[in-house]
Design a protein around this ligand. Structure first.
Ligand code: SAM
Ligand code: SF4
Ligand code: SF4
Length: 375
């Protein structure tokens, strides 16, 4: 059946100027939202452009030659990103993930990484800085990224079968080049490496086992992501989602695994470790993760904020409106004002879209695209 594609609604216009609190919100590093969730993880989208056209994210029919990308002047500069990141860190952020679009398409991204690597958490520790990439430019860039201060990478790869992968990225990009990028990242010391596979039932579910076999025992953590109804253009249908429980069952039939404890609170993936002949977890065989945003929502401890390419703060992957921090920054607002705005916005957050997805109170609003807000 042909893909259903829904024309794009331009969320980039949906701006909400940050409401400023009447009193200063101190940056104590202990900011929490209305559901007592701390702010720990900041995802920064550095470009809305991509050289792939994954059907679940930037379908070709919508992101075609007529699609208008953000003009350069509306992107946050590296200095602006670092300025805002410093304020977020003072409120408790410990981890920064660069994303997009394809983050390695942003020119001189290593300069930004160098600036972010100089920041320190409220406890005086270096930040955990990572990046999610489609891997296409990784072979060329891995060393420079590491030298700039990047600690690790997550690489998206939806299958090992070349024809399946070329079809899913929809620009005929070969698997071999992504695998070379993963090798280069490993050689550069950008680990532990994670590999993300979005599973679409009927499209690449037959690649689950080959992927599990390939990465088992390599030290690379393969994570299976349920295909999400993010954005408004991918024509998402529930019958194309393969539940994580089914992924686990499928792998278990051939490669025994046991559930592992979460490595940290707010972790998106549930971990499963491969077991040895005695049924015990064998670290040498490694682990996988499943990210079940559709069938088992994990909003209750969601500690992630998202900064869009043009400097809007989004409180949820499924939000339809962002808060225009760039507008505030470029209006000459002081750090105290900007920091209070960030604190006030997070303190008022109550988002939990995935938990409400199947209820009547779930949002029906048009949502922002993943390529704009970052994954
Ligand atoms: N271009 C980079 C990449 O693909 O890794 C970074 C940006 S991409 C938006 C971030 C992550 O979101 C990728 O791992 C991608 O597979 C995932 N993603 C995109 N659309 C998705 C969807 N509809 N459901 C689940 N994951 C999705
Ligand atoms: Fe590009 Fe990543 Fe979206 Fe694929 S998932 S279209 S690689 S931004
Ligand atoms: Fe966080 Fe929103 Fe995803 Fe829930 S749906 S886990 S609140 S980003």
């Amino acid at each position: 059946m042909p893909e259903r594609v829904i024309p794009l609604f331009d969320h980039r216009q949906a701006v909400r100027m940050p409401a400023l609190p009447s009193a200063v919100v101190p940056a104590s590093g202990r900011l929490t939202d209305t559901l007592q969730r701390p702010l720990r993880d900041l995802r920064i989208s550095v470009t809305d452009r991509c050289n792939f056209r994954c059907s679940y994210c930037m379908p070709k029919e919508v992101f075609d030659k007529d699609h208008v990308y953000l003009p350069h002047a509306s992107l946050l500069t590296f200095e602006e990103i670092t300025h805002l990141a410093r304020l977020f860190v003072a409120h408790g952020v410990r981890k920064i993930r660069l994303t997009g679009g394809e983050p390695l398409l942003r020119k001189n991204i290593e300069v930004l990484i160098g600036q972010l690597a100089a920041l320190r958490t409220v406890d005086g520790e270096p930040l955990d800085i990572t990046l999610t990439t489609n891997g296409s430019l990784l072979e060329r860039k891995a060393r420079a990224l590491k030298d700039a201060g990047l600690q690790r990478v997550t690489v998206s790869l939806d299958g090992l079968d070349d024809a399946v992968f070329r079809g899913m990225n929809d620009v005929d990009f070969p698997v071999a080049a992504v695998l070379k990028g993963i090798d280069a990242a490993r050689d550069a010391g950008l680990g532990p490496i994670k590999v993300n596979m979005v599973v679409k039932r009927g499209t690449n579910d037959h690649e689950i086992l080959p992927m599990a076999r390939h990465f088992r025992g390599t030290g690379i953590v393969l994570r299976f992501i349920e295909y999400m109804d993010v954005g408004a253009s991918n024509g998402w249908r529930m019958d194309e989602v393969l539940a994580s429980a089914d992924v686990i069952r499928l792998i278990q039939n051939e490669l025994p695994m046991l559930p592992l404890e979460p490595a940290s609170s707010g972790e998106t993936a549930q971990r499963w470790g491969y077991s040895d002949a005695h049924g015990r977890f064998d670290p040498a065989l490694g682990e996988i993760g499943v990210i079940s945003s559709v069938t088992q929502a994990f909003c209750h401890d969601c500690n992630r904020a998202r900064l869009s390419t043009e400097g809007k703060l989004y409180l949820c992957l499924f939000a339809s409106q962002g808060h225009d921090l760039r507008g505030l920054l470029r209006s000459g607002a002081s750090d105290e004002t900007l920091s209070s705005a960030i604190g006030h916005i997070w303190a008022g957050r109550g988002d939990r879209y995935s938990e409400l997805r199947n209820t009547t109170t779930g949002t029906g609003a048009r949502r922002v695209e993943m390529s704009y807000i970052g994954g």
